[in-house]
Design a protein. Sequence first.
Length: 197
Amino acid sequence: MKEVRQLSLNAHAAAREAKTDPACFAARAAGHAIATWHVPTHALGASWYAEKAKTKKTFRPALRYVIKNFPKISKLKPWQNNLDQKVKQYIDKQEPLQKKIILALRKIFFETIKNCEEKFNWGVISLDKNRFYLAGLKEKVQVGFAVSGLSKKEIEEFEGSGKTMRHIKIKSIESIDKKKIINLIKMVHKKSKCQAC
């Protein structure tokens, strides 16, 4: 949240320093668009300023100016935006350790799966059409994987005894084996036949 807020403030700072109206409006639109991450109604400001900028013949050069001179505006990553409100509430209510682990794991998922779908389902964070889930538990985070369609050997990579879902447990940031998790994500994303989907 802190990084997103700073990016929005950077955009509005760009608007104040802009030399032309179109550049100012383009920066304001960017600032409001970024701010929708925590307050959806900022979308109104984004569309309003974008429309104002669009009426100017110099809109495209102005937008290029904003992005070139204030590159941080355009650096939001997929795991930093498009956050479902219920997912956000779930993350915000976590203890500091679990919250930190969940955010780190979300980043890995979004880096690994293009256009990864995320929603709040079953009382936890569901990813990639229910193939995965993230659940904050006492002193750890559980990462769930749909295993239908995987071989017996592949299923043995996970903990638990479920027929359709297995899991791994993460107890600290330091214990996150990014390479292993990426391999597991890719395997399940490719092979799993999620029966709950």
